[in-house]
Design a protein around this ligand. Structure first.
Ligand code: SF4
Length: 344
């Protein structure tokens, strides 16, 4: 396979800079991407645009992707479930999923006829790798008859062993929809803890953690408040409960965006992966963001050069065995039914 060499930041010339920074896309991004970096990104973005048309492809980017991907090449952005739903509705033949492996699997499960590509196959997730399908079977054996609710941040094989999936936005609703006194909640211990505090249903937890959100501390949040009086603190429910207790708002990445759009605080801190603040700051420039930087190393494996390679060679594609896909699709569909019930 031919691999092209991409220019490095040190090779950017003053003339290439002066041309590329006039790009209207860059005008929106100048607050979050330095000019010297844009000189590298700009030709890659043009190339990706051309390849997308040739391949009849769409690029779906998670909220934790870097701004040059999120604002520069993505056709659709959102949290993992939103991306999967969009993927299922698109007319495109090819989906390039800029996120991590379980997200690409979910897109493939909901769009089996499409080619789904993850630009770096090593982009995993500490939550997804904390549990296997065998583990789910063992937990079930220990708690016979107790239904299993599984967070979408899991492999297709784990979803296939579950009764129903959930997201951080609908976890309480999904748990309560089962009409059971006890529920096995996998694999995020902290999200399970958060759910348990909002329902009478007994929650049996697993000890999986997100390596990004588990690093935040309550002391850190108190420090933000001391240093920035009046700041709005928004936290993701994958954080430990001691952290969530210090927040003004707890919600999924999409929930955080909606909350900011509605409340328009002067200053805010998003207690989640650090690219999220950059991406929201482009849309809501009037809000001053204090930016703690806890990077997800898996999300950051996706880069513009890898997206170019993925579109040129239509690989690495993600496949899910038919039997696993069937079970996982049923667990996802049951979750979507719960949401539909609420809307009607
Ligand atoms: S931020 Fe956490 S939950 Fe999301 S992909 Fe990275 S490790 Fe997984």
């Amino acid at each position: 396979m031919d691999h092209e060499r991409f220019p490095q930041a040190s090779e950017a010339t003053p003339s290439s800079l002066s041309v590329s920074v006039e790009d209207p896309v860059y005008q929106r991004l100048r607050g979050v991407i330095p000019e010297i970096e844009w000189a590298i990104h700009s030709p890659l973005i043009e190339r990706i645009d051309r390849l997308k048309k040739q391949r009849n492809a769409v690029i779906l980017a998670h909220n934790y992707q870097t701004p040059e991907i999120f604002h520069g090449v993505a056709d659709f952005t959102g949290d993992s479930l939103a991306l999967a739903r969009i993927g299922a509705e698109t007319e495109a033949d090819v989906i390039v999923l800029c996120g991590v492996h379980f997200m690409a699997e979910t897109a493939k499960i909901l769009s089996p006829e499409k080619t789904v590509i993850l630009p770096d196959p090593e982009a995993g997730c500490s939550l997804a790798s904390s549990i296997s399908a065998d583990d789910v079977r063992r937990v079930r054996d220990r708690h016979p008859g107790v239904p299993v609710v599984t967070y979408v941040n899991t492999s297709a094989a784990v979803k296939a062993e579950s009764d129903v999936c959930c997201t951080s936005a609908n976890a309480v609703e999904v748990v309560e929809s089962l009409g059971s006194d006890r529920v096995i909640f996998l694999p995020d211990e902290y999200l399970g803890d958060y759910v348990a505090r909002q329902t009478k249903v007994e929650i049996i937890r697993w000890e999986g953690h997100c390596e990004v959100h588990e690093r935040f501390t309550a002391d850190e949040l108190r420090e933000y408040r001391q240093q920035h009086p009046g700041i709005q603190v928004l936290a993701h429910p994958e954080c430990p409960y001691a952290v969530l207790r210090e927040a003004d708002f707890v919600g999924s990445t999409s929930g955080m965006i909606r909350h900011l759009e509605n409340s328009r605080p002067e200053r805010a801190v998003l207690v989640t992966e650090c690219s999220m603040s950059d991406n929201v700051a482009v849309e809501l420039p009037e809000i001053e963001f204090v930016r703690p930087c806890n990077l997800c190393p898996h999300m950051k494996l996706i880069t513009l050069p890898k997206i170019v390679q993925a579109l040129e060679h239509l690989e690495p594609s993600v496949e899910v065995p038919a039997q696993v896909a069937k079970g996982a699709r049923e667990a996802l569909q049951r979750m979507l039914e719960v949401g539909r019930g609420e809307r009607s």
